[in-house]
Ligand binder design. Structure first.
Ligand code: GTP
Ligand code: MN
Ligand code: MN
Length: 470
């Protein structure tokens, strides 16, 4: 990763996806501060803020892969991703132990409220801003002022705010994963069930559980998600969720990226929802290391970074910006479409009578309990005495021919994906998505039958998931 050349100039590979970025690194104090600036810029969401946020992100990313702890900004000479602004902040931090600019942001009530409101499932910066404009200060305020959202994510996200904002532990992810593995194997022998997201990158806690499923016999995965949800429902593990049909069509692959993605990250069949995790899932089990079928995913059993990344748990939007947004100044238009999809245009019209086959899904037990009054349901349930915790879960189904691209995409980190997609486009002239790698000119796909092959096609050194934490 980082190297001192003979002339004293530091060289770091140009692209983040070419570097090694670990969860535990030597410059955490610095990157935490820079990430506050980044987040602040992201939340401001103005015309220039997007590229500002990206610049901060790039800087913190470089700092993460340095092989030494920075003690003086002069050590950063020659790093083009660390600009003057960042250098000023870093010298403040190194000289005085803190940065007034960062401190000011952390102390500002606008930032605090934005962070709070955008941590509600389904809420992005634009709704959060509206709430602030309406003088709402707390989640209580939001609930009391009965901001009547028709988005199921917001309704349930508010009702279970505390649950969903407390970190999901590794042990919970493992316990849930093994149930999904068991049930899926019963339904479809030979199924591959893979824990992705932050947990696969070695985090010991997260904001949700991401599980990717596939089967080597292409096509046999059809119907799996439906049946799996029924099985989980039978085990009383499901609270609420939304099943999205696959919107994948062969024709869209070679369409303009921006058109084909429409503010979504991919076209897989998936279920985004909230599950009921028994509190007993939080107990560490000695055999928890044995539950993973993937050699990469159990790094946490060996080294536990709980203390370090517990506070970095964060809510993320799943209709998040795709790689194109960061690249150029056309972000305004693009952003508008993302915001839409992240804040309510997903078909959410919620009827308790909707059948399981529909896209929305209400557990049967609650139908009986709540009658037709939708609004009262989640709150009553949240307030009731219960032996479970509400947890965000993403279940994604990938056809095997796209699986390894989906695996890279759903493993992240988000920044790793963005960087890799931009790199693929700029350096190789190829389009990288969670569905594959495409040569748009030749109208050719470059299939992969392993993660290593994905990296090989990208002409990138292979990186273990733990090394993709940029
Ligand atoms: P925590 O959940 O907070 O621990 O972090 P995480 O890295 O797991 O984030 P998250 O669950 O939001 O996303 C997991 C990975 O999947 C990230 O790398 C995202 O870039 C990626 N991801 C999230 N949503 C989508 C999506 O809709 N499509 C695709 N292809 N990838 C997604
Ligand atoms: Mn996740
Ligand atoms: Mn997720």
């Amino acid at each position: 990763s980082g190297d001192k050349e003979e002339d004293g100039n530091l060289t770091v590979p140009e692209w983040a996806c070419q570097r090694v970025a670990r969860l535990v690194h030597l410059n955490k104090k610095l990157t935490d501060a820079i990430e506050v600036l980044q987040e602040h810029a992201e939340l401001r969401d103005g015309h220039q803020d997007y590229s500002r946020a990206l610049a901060f992100r790039r800087a913190s990313c470089v700092l993460k892969s340095l092989p030494f702890a920075v003690q003086d900004v002069r050590q950063l000479e020659g790093l083009k991703d660390v600009g003057g602004h960042v250098k000023r902040v870093l010298s403040d931090l190194l000289d005085n132990g803190s940065s007034s600019e960062v401190q000011e942001i952390l102390n500002s009530s606008w930032y605090q409220k934005m962070k709070l409101f955008t941590s509600v499932f389904g809420i992005g910066p634009s709704t959060a801003k509206k709430w602030i404009d309406n003088e709402l200060e707390s989640i209580k305020d939001v609930k009391r002022n009965s901001v009547r959202s028709s988005d199921w994510r917001v309704i349930w996200g508010l009702a279970f705010f505390e649950d969903l904002n407390s970190p999901v532990l590794r042990s919970e992810a493992d316990r849930f994963l093994s149930i999904v593995q068991q049930e899926a194997e019963k339904l479809l022998p030979g199924v591959i069930v893979q824990l992705c997201g932050g947990f696969r990158r070695g985090k010991s806690s997260g904001h949700d559980v991401d599980i990717l499923l596939t089967h080597p016999k292409e096509g046999s995965e059809l119907g799996l998600l439906h049946n799996l949800l029924l099985a989980l429902e039978k085990k009383d593990l499901i609270l609420i969720g939304h099943k999205e049909k696959s919107s994948f069509r062969q024709e869209i692959l070679f369409q303009d990226f921006k058109l084909s993605m429409r503010g979504q990250l991919d076209h897989f069949e998936k279920w985004l929802g909230i599950c009921k995790f028994p509190k007993s899932f939080q107990e560490q089990r000695l055999d928890s290391c044995l539950h993973n079928d993937d050699s990469n995913s159990n790094s946490n059993c060996l080294s536990d970074h709980a203390a370090q990344d517990l506070d970095s748990v964060k809510h993320c939007e799943h209709s998040e910006a795709d790689t194109q947004t960061q690249t150029q100044g056309n972000s305004q238009l693009h952003k508008a479409s993302q915001e839409k999809s992240s804040e309510g245009t997903v078909p959410t019209c919620h009827s308790l009578n909707e059948s399981f086959d529909g896209t929305s899904y209400e557990p049967s037990a609650k139908k009986a309990k709540c009658g037709s009054s939708l609004d009262a349901c989640p709150d009553d349930l949240a307030d009731s005495e219960r032996d479970w915790v509400a947890r965000r879960v993403d279940l994604i189904i990938a056809p095997y021919s796209q699986y390894y691209y989906a695996l890279v995409g759903w493993t992240g980190s988000k920044h790793f994906n963005r960087d890799a997609r931009l790199y693929a486009q700029k350096v190789l002239g190829l389009k990288l998505t969670s569905h594959g790698l495409f040569d748009m000119a030749k109208k050719e796909a470059l299939p992969s039958s392993s993660e290593a092959e994905v990296f090989h096609h990208l002409k990138l050194p292979y990186r273990d998931p733990e090394d993709r934490n940029c």
